[in-house]
Design a protein around this ligand. Sequence first.
Ligand SMILES: [Fe+2]
Length: 285
Amino acid sequence: MVAKALEVRPLTETFGAEVLGVTLSGEISPDTLAEIKALWLRYGVLLFRGQAMTKDDQVGFSRLIGPLEIHIRAEWLNDTHPELLQITNIRKDGKAIGALADGEVGWHFDQIYLPKPAIGSLLYSIKIPPVGGGTHFADMTTAYARLPQHLRQIVDGRNAIQSYVAFNTMYSTDANATQTTMTPDIAHPLVRTHPYSGRRALYICPGMTVKICGLPDDESRAVLDELFAWQARDEFVYRHDWALGDGLLWDNACTMHRRDDFDGAHERLMYRTTILPQPDRAIPF
Ligand SMILES: [Fe+2]
């Protein structure tokens, strides 16, 4: 018997899809899992509405996609499930219990600053404000494919410096000295080749990319500003307005994301799992 294909609704012309009729809790059949992985590779962002995942469910499903990263900011991890990074403005004793508590957060790739950056993230909404706090995604495969020739000549074959310190400074996140030492600035190619699909995508972001290697500082600054403006063009962007129970699984190799501001009088709580590439296999499926 041929397995029934999952129903999908594309979110934009080039990337992103809502996947219908899938429950990410409990057992997931091998056929369904294989299809989800293929859709994730094809679309870059998958939306699963109306989920009712426990912490175990979120961790368990994420592990089916790849090994999970434990974030270095231990103070933001869930007490019982350290695989869950809390992203929230909820405070305990005056201190936020999660990452990126308040306000707007600019374009970035999760963990672009690590030697082996994440390949995916699954963000699940637990509490959301009535308005605001939306998450925008940008399709960096298409941004690279449509890149003007003069920029393509600069980015191909070149590295850029990625800095978690710069990000923490920008958002005043109070990383301690040990954490800062654990995340020195690092160079990655400006164009990331996807380890599973082989597709090429722009791999820079205003939140963490501070310098193009091999260019004088002023030229690097000018090119980065041009690239940042290019990669955030509306033609590459999907904006997600959250509902409770939404799960968003995205591809960190070929999409970047940012968050809208929201009214801090309302609590917002999300759990994120961060998914690493499979260490020993080119194709994990
Ligand atoms: Fe993020």
